[in-house]
Unconditional design. Structure first.
Length: 516
């Protein structure tokens, strides 16, 4: 039996737990607001949460978890077809949302539970029941009980619901607390969406499990992040798009640069942070961003270890290594598998293999998809390895460098295996390139050719394709140069800032100019 919230709110009910623009909740107030939600839900039920970035969303999730229910976070930007699929597939018993929040018609058939951020008895005492007692409602739940069903898109078909047990949530948050020296004294700042693992499980439950504080920005701006960091924030979570904007702003804003320099831990995730943004932040602040690696199905898998020194913490053993995600977290077993199915036993920083993992942080199944669940694992469960579909190399000291997705980022050209990520970083070093993505396309001679998708720094004078090819060949190797260059006004990205490479080939080929 286990608890997701081992630090009772009653131990310090007046301490701030959550801050959103215009509203903060102490631990006592959060417990008192979540308690009425928990009383209306049944253990083992699935409930949908309309996951807008507000304190009501956090209260709804905490209340559901206190009741032993499984949370299905709904992306407010989901299209009608995707939302209909998620609701039909997960069959939630109710939808939780703030009073007055307009919901799509697809949710109209579900019972609605209005969730407020106002405690039932706003004296911080847990609505007369004792905040500590309220907070401890989940202490007897089985670790295998589902905590979340998070929908994740694959390469084909509708999104699949990854069932994450309470054990996985606890394991990943405790492993991160270990390697990041994350304590109740930390104040986490972020402006991430709350329908995803990064913003919700790490970004909301992480501080609550430690007994610390979350300051959610509502919507991200470099200035808002800088204000919260300068006024006591110790940790910042973001995605590459956010760090790109921070890098630009910090070069001109000395106060923002100082706030970042004084922050204990800068963490980027959900996609690879380009090397040039690493360097720009380091130059402006003297600090390095660390990158961690994980997936919806696995939660967090890798991260550098940091020392607990304040204000500046650096990975043990020297400065952060841009382009790497550190070694596996405690409790995570990780291996690389070659194309022939053999395990790569010698880590030389060069040999590419698919990442396979196992451990307590993994999901249990894809909801209603036993075929997809079986196909995702190598071997018979329990003890089977999960096939991540991510390709990587591993250094002799165990650090992992992600090459990209097996389906979209590993290019087999002329007998070579080429990772898209290193070509993208080389292209971003060219002064005429603002954004870059690299994919592979069929080629009668090479098998696949390297294709570069470029957003020019100056659309009026894009760098010539031949110049870009020579630039990459000079930095990396001739066989890694782009054979085709396409110019775009912008790269397609999802809500987490990841470039959606399937959309490049499917939707943008017609409007991009092509040079071979």
């Amino acid at each position: 039996m286990s608890s997701l919230f081992p630090r009772p709110a009653g131990a310090d009910p007046d301490r701030v737990a959550l801050r959103f623009p215009g509203r903060s909740l102490t631990y006592g107030q959060l417990a008192a607001a979540a308690h009425p939600v928990a009383e209306r839900l049944e253990k083992g039920a699935r409930v949908a949460v309309w996951a807008v970035p507000t304190p009501q969303t956090a209260v709804a999730v905490v209340g559901a978890l206190l009741a032993g229910a499984a949370v299905v976070p709904l992306n407010p930007k989901s299209g009608e077809r995707e939302l209909a699929h998620v609701i039909a597939d997960s069959a939630p018993a109710a939808v939780l949302a703030a009073p007055g929040e307009a919901l799509p018609g697809r949710l109209g058939a579900l019972p609605r539970i209005d969730v407020t951020a106002e405690p039932a008895n706003d004296d911080g005492a847990g609505a007369g029941t004792g905040a500590g007692a309220v907070w401890g409602l989940d202490t007897a739940y089985d670790p295998a009980l589902p905590a979340f069903v998070v929908y994740t898109s694959g390469t084909t078909g509708p999104p699949k619901g990854a069932v994450l047990p309470r054990r996985a949530v606890a394991a990943t948050l405790d492993a991160l607390a270990d390697v990041w020296a994350w304590t109740a004294d930390d104040v986490l700042v972020h402006g991430l969406p709350l329908f995803h693992v990064h913003g919700l499980i790490l970004g909301v439950l992480g501080p609550l499990r430690r007994g610390g504080e979350l300051r959610h920005l509502g919507s991200f701006t470099p200035q808002a992040a800088g204000r919260e960091l300068a006024s006591g924030g110790t940790m910042l979570f973001g995605v590459p798009t956010m760090y790109h904007r921070l890098a630009q702003a910090a070069e001109e804003d000395g106060e923002l640069a100082k706030a970042l320099a004084d922050t204990r831990l800068l963490v980027s995730g959900s996609a690879a942070l380009p090397l040039h943004d690493h360097e720009r932040i380091a130059a402006a602040t003297g600090r390095r961003v660390i990158e961690r690696y994980g997936m919806t199905e696995t939660l967090m898998l890798c991260s550098p270890r940091v020392t607990p020194r304040t204000p500046a913490s650096v990975p043990v053993g020297g400065p952060a290594r841009p382009g790497t995600v550190g070694p596996p977290l405690p409790g995570v077993e990780l291996r690389l598998i070659a194309d022939d199915g053999a395990e790569i036993s010698v880590y030389d920083g060069e040999t590419i293999g698919e990442i396979q993992v196992r451990g307590d942080s993994l999901f249990t199944e894809y909801l209603n998809r036993p075929d997809a669940t079986a196909a995702a694992f190598d071997g018979t469960r329990p003890g089977a390895w999960f096939r991540t579909g991510d390709m990587a190399v591993r250094d002799p000291d165990g650090y992992v460098r992600i090459v990209g997705r097996k389906a979209t980022d590993l290019i087999k050209s002329g007998g070579y295996k080429i990772g898209a990520g290193e070509i993208e970083n080389a292209l971003l070093d060219h002064p005429g390139v603002r954004e870059a993505a690299v994919t592979g396309e069929p080629d009668a001679d090479l098998g696949e050719r390297v294709v570069a998708w470029i957003v020019p720094a100056d659309p009026r004078t894009p760098p010539p394709a031949e110049e870009l090819a020579e630039h990459v060949a000079g930095q990396l190797a001739p066989h890694k140069r782009p054979r085709t260059v396409r110019y775009l006004d912008a790269l397609p990205r999802n809500d987490m800032g990841k470039v959606t490479k399937r959309a490049l080939n499917q939707a943008l080929s017609g409007q991009a100019s092509r040079h071979g």
